[in-house]
Design a protein around this ligand. Structure first.
Ligand SMILES: Cc1cc2nc3c(=O)[nH]c(=O)nc-3n(C[C@H](O)[C@H](O)[C@H](O)COP(=O)(O)OP(=O)(O)OC[C@H]3O[C@@H](n4cnc5c(N)ncnc54)[C@H](O)[C@@H]3O)c2cc1C
Length: 417
């Protein structure tokens, strides 16, 4: 049965602690790292690394089974639903800083979704080491965004050395720099082993920090989430061992869409989490708005018939409904992921709803606050800027709508695009 509230043991161990982190370690420096784009919040990073190691969480990635902490005590399993609660809270603190939380990030999610059991053990161990370590996933290219099957980065097997040789350019890689240059992390790079085969040629490869031929060539200056680095990465004859191609060895030679399905499985896991982050930002803006209204003597009278409420009251209540509906979609999608149910439709639904909701709530809160909403005196204008990315990465709003429509109408990707 779906559980809507945070289970008690999880709330005790993780959630309450993260609230303290969000209030005391993120909010006070959120503006600083927004202004000082690309500066790494090491205090936060080191603290989170230590805290996650002590609780046995290791990284913010789901556990296969129950884990023990430093004292040998068993702790509750970290599933997608728990993660959604945790990410919502950290993003309420600051979504840009959350993206610099040590751990595997999208890179670990891709290994989880597409790797063999041995590859998961080998590559995910990197994120449980003594130093903060990061992971990223590189799909997007200058000519391939929403249409992932258009990627042109190539991977060719050198039979003599049994290594893959990768060439191409990846852009807009979240945590690309910190994964490759500032830690012993990894980037999962999607490439094609046969450019004429479309989706059937797609495979993913683990590129570890320090691999020769891999260069971070650019960092984006962005509208929001400015604490998070967004990098361009050029691969020039970058060589990785044969076993760094995610998935079983037999998918190497035959044309198969298993590689593409691995990419989609990654998104099924991560879209609800991105949606949870969006909900965290929206909640931050809505709570702030209500507090500021309250300071001005405006309280929301929930019990009144709608026609007796003021316009502001109706608007705030509508925002709360939007927020709640987005959160319920997140909960359903992560619950399905935890219970190994196919959740592509629900993952896309949660992502597109949360992307819409966070954009609308932050924008309306800025408007209702008048000039103060536009001022840097408050974080509200920053949340307004941070919000928009939720509707862009991990599939834009339009693409997630297409996915939902295909499921609902039972159309294939070819029928409806
Ligand atoms: C801050 C940031 C971080 C990112 N992080 C990562 C990352 O870590 N890894 C990674 O691989 N990528 C990342 N991205 C890239 C992101 O996933 C892409 O920008 C996104 O998928 C859209 O691709 P595109 O930019 O090429 O836009 P396009 O695909 O060119 O789309 C442009 C517009 O057309 C619309 N559109 C496209 N196709 C259709 C269609 N069939 N029907 C209707 N509308 C359509 C889109 O919705 C969009 O509005 C990041 C981007 C940003 C801005």
């Amino acid at each position: 049965m779906i559980e809507f509230e945070i289970p008690k043991p999880i709330a005790n161990i993780y959630y309450n602690a993260l609230q303290t982190v969000a209030v005391n370690m993120m909010r006070p420096v959120a503006r600083y790292y927004d202004v000082h784009e690309h500066e790494i919040p090491w205090d936060y990073v080191n603290f989170m690394h230590m805290a996650m190691s002590q609780t046995g969480a290791g990284s913010l990635a789901p556990d296969e089974k129950k884990k023990v902490d430093d004292q040998g005590k068993e702790r509750p399993r970290l599933g997608y639903q728990t993660l959604a609660h945790m990410l919502e809270m950290l993003s309420w603190g600051d979504s840009g800083m959350y993206l610099v939380t040590p751990g595997g990030g999208l890179g670990a999610a891709a290994v989880e979704a597409a790797g063999t059991p041995e590859q998961k053990i080998k590559f995910l161990a990197r994120f449980r080491g003594p130093k903060p370590t990061f992971g990223a996933m590189a799909m997007t290219e200058p000519q391939a965004g929403s249409d992932t099957s258009a990627i042109r980065t190539t991977a060719v097997l050198d039979q003599a050395t049994n290594e893959w040789v990768l060439n191409g350019e990846k852009i807009f890689v979240t945590a690309g720099k910190i994964s490759l240059l500032d830690s012993d992390g990894l980037v999962v790079v999607w490439a094609t082993i046969d450019p004429s085969a479309g989706r059937a040629g797609m495979r993913s490869f683990v590129i570890t920090a320090g691999t020769p031929g891999v260069q971070v060539t650019k960092l984006e200056h962005k509208l929001g989430i400015r604490a998070s680095d967004t990098a361009s990465i050029v691969l020039q004859d970058a060589r990785v061992p044969f076993e760094n191609m995610l998935g079983s060895a037999e998918i190497v030679r035959q044309p198969t869409t298993k590689g593409f399905k691995g990419a989609m499985a990654t998104f099924d896991a991560t879209r609800p989490l991105v949606a949870a982050m969006a909900v965290g930002v929206a909640r931050a803006a809505l709570e702030f708005l209500k507090e500021e209204l309250s300071r001005r003597g405006i309280e929301i009278r929930y019990g009144l018939p709608r026609q007796k409420q003021t316009n502001i009251e109706r608007e705030v209540i509508d925002m709360e409904i939007m927020l709640r509906s987005a959160w319920l979609l997140v909960i359903k999608a992560v619950w399905m992921a935890d219970n190994r149910k196919a959740n592509s439709k629900e993952a896309s639904m949660s992502k597109l709803r949360a992307g819409d909701v966070v954009t609308k709530i932050t924008q309306r809160a800025v408007e209702i606050m008048g000039p103060l909403g536009f001022s840097q005196e408050f974080l509200l204008e920053k949340w307004f800027r941070d919000a928009k990315i939720s509707d862009i990465y991990e599939g834009t709003g339009q693409i997630n709508r297409l996915i939902v429509a295909r499921h609902v109408l039972e159309y294939t990707g070819r029928d409806l695009r």
